[in-house]
Design a protein around this ligand. Structure first.
Ligand code: ATP
Length: 235
């Protein structure tokens, strides 16, 4: 479904991502793990079309999206939830959600149907549809940015650190939500610092260190063979 081949991304002289290769099969939930600065967010930004690849290729469902713009990537069926968790604070929850449906703006019936599906997945957002997004709690805002991404009707969802800065009880709910999304058939690439919870929901994982992939396998294989502390502490 999604494949990166020898992907490199540079910031000027800084080689943030160095010839990494990975695949996600349809319906798989794959975690991308690694310490701060390992290159995970840079990888997601490049797939999303926000950063240019310095080399290699990205294929989405057999289409080459290596040089696609962010809008072309969304139209190709891939949505990203960045770690910045940006909502439009003065717009209502509903208005924020409808912005996620931008590429389908002429398909009103389809958007209504999709909004119902999203409300079903996130009842809390349905209850708060008329409330300004800026007044939601941190956890609710995280739900909103995920729900907004779903309004583009993606086949693949990239999630960048969805649990960042949230209280443990809320983090548990976010992970439950991610498992629910997986059950809907969505293909998910999950970047997380929360290694144990990420491995608990993932089919497979890749571990990045200093811009390279240094380990990959099923969650059990990664737990058994990789010194995650070393990779997390960057030692
Ligand atoms: P984090 O969890 O902190 O987001 P990460 O694994 O996502 O870590 P990246 O943010 O992708 O790591 O950063 C990879 C490398 O690229 C780091 O060395 C970082 O300092 C560098 N980097 C990231 N963004 C920029 C930028 N805009 N300009 C220059 N260097 C950058």
């Amino acid at each position: 479904m999604l494949e990166a081949r020898n992907l490199s991304v540079n910031y000027g002289m800084i080689r943030a991502v160095r010839e990494i290769s990975f695949t996600l099969a349809k319906g798989e939930l794959v975690s991308l793990l690694g310490a701060n600065g390992a290159g995970k967010s840079t990888t997601l930004k490049c797939i999303a079309g926000a950063l240019k690849a310095g080399g290699g290729s990205i294929m989405l469902d057999c289409r080459d999206i290596t040089s696609a713009s962010p809008e072309q990537v969304v139209r190709a069926g891939l949505a990203t939830v960045p770690e910045t968790r940006d909502v439009f604070p003065d717009l209502t929850v509903s208005e924020n959600l409808m912005l996620g449906a931008y590429i389908h703006r002429r398909d009103r019936a389809g958007n209504r149907e999709n909004l119902q599906r999203v409300h079903h997945l996130f009842p809390r957002l349905a209850e708060r549809e008329a409330q300004a997004a800026g007044t939601l709690s941190g956890g609710e805002q995280q739900m909103l940015v995920i729900a907004r991404a779903l309004m583009s009707r993606p086949a693949v969802l990239l999630l960048d650190e969805p649990s960042l800065g949230l209280a443990p009880a809320i983090v548990d709910r976010i992970f439950e939500m991610i498992e629910t999304l997986k059950r809907t058939g969505l293909t998910i690439l999950l970047v997380e610092q929360n290694v144990n919870q990420a491995l608990a929901v993932a089919d497979r994982a890749y571990v990045m260190r200093l811009g390279r992939i240094v380990a990959s396998g099923t969650a059990d294989e990664i737990r058994a063979t990789t010194d995650l502390t070393k990779h997390y502490l960057g030692g």
